[in-house]
Design a protein around this ligand. Structure first.
Ligand code: A3P
Length: 280
């Protein structure tokens, strides 16, 4: 990836940008026939909304409740798999921990057909944009060298990997009453992680003792996860676990950019239940 030209790092598929190396066309095409299971633990997040945080939480829940270790060197993103990995994943024992950043319309149809339980995490779009900006500049498979102003403008027009934040947020907002979908926000979990762990494990049908819930919450704080990130994420640990705070946008946004985001938020999410959960 280090030898790739910046402009070759992303390409467009069905109008949406994806990282060429991790999600080539062959991988995205293979998704169509991916076979979900009823008992898969499925995690969905727009990039930088807290995907890796929830991966850590879900791995610990599954380990405690089922005694099943789901450790893996790869993030469990189904669009990274490709046909060969899919063959291995098809053989893996349940419960499988899977995830995606793709828009719900582009998810394999089998997730809905099987009524697989899906956990979705969203985050305030201002902090999401700032996190995405730093991530892009520090991840060799994504373009770097862009200024904050240029990245912000791409974020607002949806010209960033996996597409528009607002498109995805609106699509999930419509499914808030779906009993197979649970939507949590980064902000709520920062406020009360134990409660989040309790609700998430109940949603997936795992029963944990209160002591187990507390232990998982303690092991899943930002500082705890950052500390063990060289085990979970190798030399990318500090890139995935950067700052872990609510409100870092204030260090980056100009008043004009803040207004632009407020306008977009008001247009799309104000007055919705997802909007309220983001504590915008
Ligand atoms: P920052 O860049 O604001 O620090 P994703 O996993 O979806 O790529 O999201 C990454 C963001 O989640 C990063 O945000 C990262 O620091 C934050 N994060 C990771 N683990 C966390 C945790 N345990 N608690 C709070 N934030 C966490």
């Amino acid at each position: 990836a280090k030898d790739m030209k910046e402009e070759d790092k992303l390409y467009r598929y069905d109008g949406v940008l994806y990282p060429s190396l991790m999600c080539p066309e062959e991988h995205l095409k293979a998704l169509k026939n991916f076979e979900a299971r009823e008992d898969d633990v499925m995690l969905v997040a727009y990039p930088k909304c807290g995907f890796n945080w929830m991966v850590g939480v879900l791995r610990k829940i599954i380990a405690e409740a089922k005694g099943v270790k789901t450790e893996s060197k790869m993030p469990p993103l189904i669009e990274f798999f490709g046909p060969d990995v899919i063959k291995t994943v098809n053989e893996a024992p349940s419960p499988r921990l899977l995830g995606t950043h793709v828009h719900p319309d582009n998810m394999p149809a089998s997730f809905r057909a099987k009524k697989t339980k899906i956990l979705v995490i969203f985050r305030n779009p201002k902090d999401t944009a700032v996190s995405f900006y730093h991530f892009s500049n520090n991840n060799p498979v994504l373009p770097s060298g862009q200024s904050w102003d240029a990245f912000f403008s791409d974020f607002m027009s949806g010209d960033v990997p996996w597409g528009s934040y607002f498109d995805q947020a609106l699509a999930w907002e419509k499914r808030m009453d779906d009993p197979d979908v649970m939507i949590v926000t980064y902000e709520e979990l920062k406020e009360d992680l134990s409660d989040g762990v309790r609700q998430i494990s109940t949603f997936f049908g795992f029963s944990l003792t209160e002591a187990q819930v507390q232990q998982i919450a303690e092991q899943s704080t930002f500082s705890a996860m950052k500390q063990s990130s060289s085990n979970s994420h190798g030399n990318m640990g500090n890139v995935f676990f950067r700052k872990g705070e609510v409100g870092d946008w204030k260090n980056h946004f100009t008043p004009k950019q803040s207004q632009e985001m407020d306008d977009a938020f008001n247009k799309h999410l104000a007055g919705t239940r997802l909007g309220a959960k983001l504590n915008y």
